[in-house]
Design a protein around this ligand. Structure first.
Ligand code: PNW
Length: 530
């Protein structure tokens, strides 16, 4: 028994991996969350609302994907047609938000629910009513609304005109934003134009991982980003000039980023990690948050050069005019950051990806250490809290100590209310956040957990659960039940500190992903039987 104890503490508490990264973000301290620190919880319309064609809602590109393009898209064959049925359960949703004791509820509005074909000549009053009701419900509980205008569900009618590759979408999006401001500016303090534009453009236009599965990397992903950034800036300026004087809210964008850890300390690996960050996060954030604006210089240089070599008459990376650079620069009142996991980076020693492609333009290789704690239903989600701390520092250094609001962070499992892994994940990542604020002096203003409840997790369907509340998808009312993590999060918010029993060296909740323990247990059991 003693032997087993010693062995398991060696296996699970020793958290330096073979390459050398200690995944813990730092030792136990008595840091507390400042009084004005904002806690929140996030969801997205398509993932929870259901009612995909109710009361005049138009078809979105995700409806089209799962009904027409590929009904087997989600690995369990499910669709978001009903999901958690928040269209009918919004009162319970608001009540759950209230039970957690958070300050902010970040949810998204479905563009085709408000404008069925995406254009302003046809506005669906029932759709407008739904979100107004939800906002009033939140107001009742004193919860501040953070509204995401676009969490990936483009009206299909606009996709048929080219979607984000059609420059006219800048004006269509601006019209949509105005409708939202006109109807809800009195009730919304924080506006987020786009959630994770990289998933929209790189994975949806450059790949097949998200709708509309265009799979035209090296072209459509760059075009999509170009128009999307202009649409973001236009929505920002409209608020700034017309609505901010009256309502005084804030407008920003939510960007997703993994942390990129150099595989070794070599100059080449460090360059690969930096290139990863610039070609993914910087692609979106340099134009908005840097002092000089525009895409990262290194990204422009590499893609221009490769395009020349590939015989194109112009660069595959579109150019902003000097006026556009100025117009986009500074259009974020805070930096919305979504973060889940970490990768190692190294330079590719041969061509990577198709020629041309975004991956080939990057010319780097990323991988994870299979020994990093995991045990998640999302195979990419490994638990590396120190990566969160380093990413926050990178963003702060790169963008002049910008105000950061973490708009998503969380962990997925296979279901159940006793979710020790999620409890542990939140402990570790909030510990990283506290170390970041107190030791690295980053300007983190708030944190939203992903997600309020289990939902339709895109290609993972209903199999991968990110919720603080469990949703019984089989029950007629989609019954919601708080998990242990919901109770833990509520306590953290109330006490402004990490749980008393939190141990930053303890990753044992994720232990069964480690192949060593099961084999050790088997050997020990066999030995004890003989
Ligand atoms: C985010 N990655 O997506 C989305 O904003 C949510 O809608 C989603 O449910 C949540 O994270 C969990 O998946 C991402 O692998 C998913 O880098 C994966 C990655 C990035 C973002």
């Amino acid at each position: 028994m003693l032997f087993l104890f010693l062995l398991s503490s060696f296996v699970f508490k020793g958290n330096a991996d073979t390459i050398g990264l200690n995944v813990s973000a730092g030792p136990k301290q008595n840091y507390t969350f400042p009084k004005d620190f904002l806690f929140g919880v996030s969801t997205a319309a398509l993932q929870i609302e259901g009612a995909w064609d109710a009361d005049g809602k138009g078809e979105s590109i995700w409806d089209h994907l799962v009904h027409v393009q590929n009904p087997k898209f989600a690995k369990d064959g499910s669709t978001p047609d009903v999901a958690a049925d928040s269209y009918h359960n919004y009162k319970r949703d608001a009540e759950m938000v209230h039970e957690l004791g958070v300050n902010i509820y970040r949810f998204s509005i479905s563009w085709p629910r408000i404008m069925p074909k995406g254009l302003k000549n046809d506005i669906n009053q029932k759709g407008l009513e739904y979100y107004r009701n939800l906002l009033m419900e939140l107001e009742k509980y004193n919860v501040t609304a953070m509204v995401v205008m676009y969490h990936w569900d483009l009206p299909q009618a606009l996709q048929e005109m080219g979607g984000w590759t059609n420059e006219n979408i800048v004006d269509y999006f601006a019209d949509y934003a105005k409708v939202l401001y006109d109807n809800y500016a009195d009730k919304v303090k924080y506006w987020v134009t786009f959630n994770e534009p990289m998933q929209v453009c790189l994975e949806g236009y450059g790949n097949t991982y998200r709708a509309p599965k265009l799979n035209q990397t090296g072209f459509a992903d760059y075009l999509c980003t170009h128009n999307l950034l202009k649409a973001h800036a236009k929505a920002y300026h409209i608020y700034n000039t017309t609505y901010r004087p009256t309502y005084g809210g804030q407008v920003a964008i939510s960007l997703d980023s993994n942390w990129a850890e150099p595989k070794t300390e070599s100059a080449s690996d460090r360059e690969a990690a930096e290139r990863y960050l610039q070609f993914h996060l910087g692609w979106y954030t340099h134009p908005i948050y840097s002092a000089e604006g525009n895409y990262p210089a290194e990204m422009i240089r590499i893609i221009d050069e490769k395009s020349r070599q590939q015989n194109f008459s112009q660069s595959r990376l579109p150019k902003f005019t000097p006026e556009e650079i100025e117009y986009i620069k500074g259009t974020g009142d805070f930096f919305g950051l979504n973060h889940y996991t970490t990768y190692y980076l190294t330079m590719a020693d041969k061509q990577v990806g198709a020629v041309p492609s975004h991956a080939n333009d990057c010319g780097i290789v990323r991988f994870q250490n299979p020994k990093w704690p995991s045990k998640s239903s999302s195979n990419w989600l490994r638990v590396v809290p120190v990566g969160f701390r380093r990413l926050l520092k990178w963003v702060s250094n790169e963008y002049n100590n910008v105000s950061i609001l973490v708009t998503e962070n969380g962990f997925a499992d296979f279901s159940g209310v006793h979710d020790a892994e999620r409890v542990s994940y939140y402990g570790h990542y909030l510990n990283a956040l506290l170390h970041s604020m107190y030791e690295d002096k980053t300007n983190v203003k708030g944190y939203c957990a992903w997600s309020l409840m289990d939902n339709w997790e895109w290609d993972d369907g209903l199999t991968s659960r990110f919720g603080l509340f469990l949703v019984d998808f089989k029950s007629p009312n989609k019954t919601r039940t708080p998990k242990d993590s919901a109770k833990m999060y509520a306590k953290v918010i109330k006490s402004r500190s990490l749980p008393d029993n939190f141990d930053p060296t303890d990753f044992s909740a994720f232990s069964s992903s480690n192949v060593l323990l099961p084999s050790v247990l088997t050997v020990v059991t066999l030995l004890s039987l003989t």
